[in-house]
Design a protein around this ligand. Structure first.
Ligand SMILES: [Mn+2]
Length: 354
């Protein structure tokens, strides 16, 4: 059962323990994270907590880092709301009440350092933005923010699974805004994080001021221009990657690319339609020097984290492996770790990165 109202009530209790200073929202840089951040900021502002800034935690950054603690400390927040960035033990900013709103498999569990609103154990698993909308509804009127949850649902689950898993949410949104507008808005707000530049700031700003997906799609300002340019850049990189044939070994299909754009999740996802029985890995050796970033998707294998863990190579201290969700995982590993990994999977030299 997915009891969204119970998650919202837990959020309202946690926020009631915030200090008098304005809260700060931290969010992930994808469509779901940005939508969750926009919902929580707008809802907290409405509940009388002043102007609530949103800090997008982007590529190569962590919320749980000394650099982030120093940056947040300068804002002197009354509380932190951290969404779609995962759940883990540890203090983000000492002495500041913190709530995590998230749907990923926890990396570790906070003891007393943060309240956790997690949909991870729910069936169907909600997105962060759907949880955020439940949190917003627990603070006050939030009906007009539901479309942002729709952006996150379509962004993380795809329109088919979003509609199948959450018909009560998606049905009215499709009627009010159309699936086409939601899909188009998702593709725009997801574009900058995938581009070589990687700055999702323009997408967040658009979501913070838009009244619906149509506003995002038809916006005509510098932020909207940046989103369109990012999307064109990513499309060109993706077109090049799509012409590469997959390599096969056992249950695994591997597609290699070399691009400064974060296209490997899209490459993996796109092949799952044709290779329905395989576990598809999209691997990008051009994203960060010295590393291979990879995404794992499958139309039929339900627990991809388990699948990877059974086949894990020996990991080094800089390697991140099998993070994310059971249905959408991947990693960022050093080239030597990658080469051990693909050799272990039974691939030949053509899968290795020189
Ligand atoms: Mn996310």
């Amino acid at each position: 059962m997915t009891d969204l109202a119970a998650h919202g009530a837990a959020f309202a209790r946690a926020v009631s323990g915030f200090g008098p200073g304005r809260p700060v929202v931290l969010c992930h840089d994808d469509a779901d994270g940005l939508s969750a951040g926009a919902i929580l900021s707008r809802a907290l502002e409405r509940s009388g907590r002043g102007l609530v800034p949103v800090r997008v935690v982007g590529r190569g950054e962590s919320a749980w880092s000394p650099a982030m603690a120093a940056e947040l400390s300068a804002l002197d927040p009354g509380g932190l709301v951290v969404t779609d960035l995962g759940v883990q033990a540890g203090t983000i900013l000492s002495g500041v009440p913190t709530v995590l709103v998230d749907h990923h498999v926890p990396r570790s569990m906070p003891a007393a350092e943060a309240a956790v609103i997690s949909g991870q154990a729910d069936a169907p698993t909600p997105t962060s933005s759907l949880l955020a909308h439940a949190c917003a509804a627990a603070l006050g009127e939030a009906e007009d923010l539901a479309w942002l949850a729709g952006i996150g649902l379509v962004g993380d689950l795809g329109e088919r699974a979003a509609s199948a898993d959450f018909p009560d949410v998606m049905g009215p949104l499709r009627k009010a805004y159309t699936l086409k507008a939601l899909r188009e808005a998702v593709s725009l707000v997801n574009a900058p994080r995938r581009s070589a530049g990687g700055d999702a700031g323009p997408a967040l700003r658009l979501l913070l001021r838009a009244g619906g997906p149509g506003d995002v799609v038809s916006a005509d300002d510098p932020d909207a221009a940046l989103l369109r340019a990012a999307r064109a850049e990513v499309r060109a990189a993706l077109d090049a990657a799509r012409s590469v044939p997959p390599l096969f070994s056992g249950p695994v299909a591997l597609i290699r690319c070399d691009s400064p754009c974060q296209i490997h999740p899209l490459v993996a996802q796109s092949w799952t339609h044709r290779l329905r029985r395989q576990v598809v890995i999209g691997a990008n050796a051009g994203f960060r020097a010295g590393y291979v970033h990879f995404a794992v998707r499958s139309a039929t294998v339900p627990d991809l984290i388990g699948f990877l863990e059974e086949r894990a190579p020996r990991l080094g201290p800089d390697d991140q492996f099998a993070q994310g969700h059971r249905r959408a995982t991947g990693g960022q590993i050093r080239i030597e770790t990658w080469n051990r990994f693909v050799a272990g999977l039974g691939f030949g030299a053509e899968a290795e990165v020189p």
